[in-house]
Write a protein that binds this ligand. Structure first.
Ligand SMILES: Nc1ncnc2c1ncn2[C@@H]1O[C@H](COP(=O)(O)OP(=O)(O)OP(=O)(O)O)[C@@H](O)[C@H]1O
Ligand SMILES: [Mg+2]
Length: 393
């Protein structure tokens, strides 16, 4: 079975039956209820969204998927463009006449109106498109109107085609980074309030948003005053546990015989993150088929991954952290599972610094609380990479 480092769907997606089952059932139903999917980096959020999209589309439901990480440049303009384009693509086979948004953008401003009215869209959908297009062709500065147009386009296309639809926004908190205007202002947190207001008008479109970091989800949904605090069902995607690891091994490495303690080593170092399992699995596969896997084999694979691609894989984890937070993370990689006091003393870190640093690292899912006053890194590979970096100096 082939390993991969990009989102998986179909038979290659292991486990996750419960959440995918619920998403398919609920989103496919008459209920007007949306979801917020929260999961650490590389737990498989995008895979779950894509698989749900696949299942719903097979049932004739248009699903619009937009990942904020694919919005480049990160501007309102580009977001409106991608959202409108994807909405139209999803409804393509249900629309009366074919067209491309690109064509629409290339025709002169004055022609846009005539062009759109030739498409046999409803008036509401025409207005949304005109608004979105005029924003993209820089005839308007009103981001509120442009965003409303882009979001309502899906709703109006649903109405027009007599269907229910789903709008998936992956890495949703990044919306506040979108830039606009001459001075590159950022959309800011008010964009979440705006989307909530738009969402309240949806009758046929269900919203599914996903995010990776607790701290960035706070102004979206986690704090009491956040716009989506009550509006969406929250579902958390946890790393794999032993049972799912077993399924993963069976599906991807059926030919190997695993000793129980090798499985434990694999679970510990991968942190149950499917991404790490794909990486480690591929590395282990290279060592030949039909063999018995012992903890030492896993150890060899870990070393090789850290050496050949540790820097590429893990340096972006540290990018947004303050120096003291990196230091705390490193300390924990050298004192895994130890009490906060012991780590503080061993590494000469001040109490206040330690407290605030640990709090932030827990919020961002890099550390997790394992007991009273004890924390550990979530990602065992990251821990090993940090240790290795420390050993080099
Ligand atoms: N259920 C699964 N079974 C097998 N592999 C999986 C599963 N879920 C995710 N993966 C693998 O893990 C990696 C990350 O998956 P995915 O991109 O879906 O996660 P993510 O949470 O969206 O990550 P990111 O935080 O980087 O956006 C990919 O290599 C994918 O192949
Ligand atoms: Mg993702």
């Amino acid at each position: 079975m082939g390993f991969r480092l990009t989102p998986v769907t179909g038979p290659d997606l292991v486990g996750r039956e419960k959440i995918i089952g619920e998403l398919e059932r609920e989103l496919g139903s008459e209920n007007q209820i949306g979801f917020l999917i929260y999961g650490l980096r590389r737990t498989g959020k995008t895979s779950v969204l894509k698989e749900t999209q696949r299942l719903l589309e097979a049932r004739g439901m248009p699903v619009i998927y937009v990942s904020m990480w694919n919005i480049a440049p990160r501007t309102v303009d580009e977001f409106v463009r991608v959202l409108s384009r994807n909405a139209i693509a999803s409804f393509w086979r249900y629309l009366p006449s074919k067209f491309r948004l690109e064509e629409l953008l290339s025709v002169g401003a004055g022609a846009v109106k005539a062009f759109i009215s030739g498409l046999k869209l409803t008036i509401a959908a025409q207005n949304d498109l005109e608004m979105a297009v005029s924003y993209m062709t820089r005839e308007s500065d009103d981001i509120e109107k442009a965003m409303t147009g882009a979001f309502m386009l899906t709703e109006h296309l649903s109405e027009m085609t007599g269907r229910r639809s789903v709008l998936m926004l992956d890495e949703f908190p990044t919306l506040r980074e979108l830039q606009y205007g001459r001075y590159n202002q950022k959309a800011g947190e008010s964009v979440f309030g705006l989307i909530r207001t738009i969402h309240e008008d949806f009758r046929r479109t269900k919203l599914v948003i996903a995010g990776s970091y607790r701290s960035t989800l706070e102004p979206v949904a986690f704090s009491k005053r956040a716009p989506f605090y009550n509006g969406l069902l929250l579902r958390t995607l946890a790393p794999f546990e032993m049972q799912e690891l077993g399924k993963f091994i069976e599906h991807y490495m059926g030919g190997f015989k695993w000793e129980q303690n090798a499985r434990e080593t694999l679970l510990h170092v991968s942190g149950g993150l499917p991404f790490n399992l794909q990486l480690l699995g591929r590395e282990l596969q290279g060592s030949g088929g039909g063999r018995r896997i012992i903890p030492d084999d896993v150890e060899v694979a870990i070393r090789s991954i850290i050496r050949t691609e540790g820097d590429v894989r893990f340096s972006d984890y540290l990018r947004d952290l303050a120096p003291h937070e990196i230091r705390i993370l490193k300390s924990y990689s050298n004192h895994r599972g130890e009490g906060i006091k012991d780590v503080m003393t061993a590494e000469h870190i001040e109490q206040a610094t330690m407290r605030s640093g640990v709090k932030r690292l827990v919020k961002d899912g890099l550390l997790r609380r394992t007991g009273r006053g004890t924390y550990d890194l979530v990602d065992g590979l990251l821990a090993r990479w940090l240790q290795a970096a420390d050993d080099e100096v």
